[in-house]
Design a protein around this ligand. Structure first.
Ligand SMILES: O=c1cc[nH]c(=O)[nH]1
Length: 271
């Protein structure tokens, strides 16, 4: 007789309420918010910075796997099978037969994508997991304001047909890099992905506006929404209620309160 207890495992994502639409998930997790606050503090330096980035992404990727990845029923003998025919786990596991591609948007996305790649390899069939690389830079004007994103080079290891494609990039600021990267995949890389996911530590309302307009199919998971430069009437409102007024970017397109330039602090290279 089979126990159906684990035939349909509920997974409840802890989410902050918002009005940005169903493809945006602001994860509500006090432990991760504490670690993120530490990561963004002025006094935090290497090696603590990369340790915290790796810790945060390990948890965020687990959350996304739980929420997004397909499952399958298995009947697996445990060590007790030598003693009793009831020594079987029968229930759901993450389906190992899913294709997954993580995209390193260098520089800030490099460590997050490596963490994602390593974790995916322990969860699904490693033969179906791939990491791609894109060198992306912001184009700035004389006043250091960002005017666009430029792809300086890419290593794309194949098609993305039926793959879950993940973009783990810590700071979702303007949305320029992600939008450019997603457009490149849609236009130049063969195949139709199963899902396109953006995994961010912090996003701004400006990022969410751009991504939901230009790529409404992209699903965003973020640990924090920063809108620190909004007018006073915004504070205390549900995120997205006054979306047009919300502002999280300064004149140089850095996130406020934010945590500074992650490409810079993660590499100790201030260029
Ligand atoms: O504040 C910001 C904005 C973009 N990228 C970062 O790393 N930080």
């Amino acid at each position: 007789m089979r126990d159906t207890l684990y035939a349909n495992v509920p997974f409840q994502l802890s989410e902050m309420p918002h009005r940005y639409g169903p493809n945006v998930h602001l994860v509500g997790n006090p432990f991760l918010l504490s670690q993120l606050a530490k990561l963004c503090s002025k006094g935090t330096v290497q090696p603590e910075i990369n340790r915290l980035v790796a810790l945060l992404y390990t948890d965020l990727v687990k959350t996304v796997i739980n929420a997004e990845f397909p499952r399958k029923m298995v009947a697996l003998p445990t060590r007790m099978i030598d003693h009793t025919p009831q020594g079987m786990y029968q229930g759901e596991v993450i389906d190992p037969a899913v294709r997954a591609v993580t995209v390193n948007i260098a520089r800030a996305g490099t460590l997050p994508s490596q963490v994602t790649y390593d974790l995916l390899n322990t969860t699904v069939d490693p033969m179906l997991v791939r990491q791609d690389h894109i060198i992306m830079s912001r184009m700035i004007d004389a006043k250091e304001a960002v005017v666009g994103s430029n792809i300086g080079g890419a290593k794309i290891g194949g098609d993305i047909d039926d793959a879950i494609v993940l973009f783990p990039d810590p700071m979702g600021a303007t949305g320029g890099s992600l939008s450019t990267a997603v457009s490149m995949y849609k236009e130049k890389v063969p195949g139709t992905p199963r899902r396109i996911l953006s995994l961010n530590l912090i996003v701004t309302p400006e990022f969410l506006r751009r991504i939901s307009r230009e790529h409404p199919d992209v699903v965003v998971y973020a640990l924090r929404l920063d809108r620190g430069l909004s007018p006073p009437e915004v504070f205390g409102t549900v995120p997205g209620e006054l979306w047009e007024k919300e502002r999280g970017l300064d004149d140089r397109q850095y996130i406020v309160p934010g945590g500074g330039g992650f490409g810079e602090i993660m590499n100790n290279a201030y260029v």
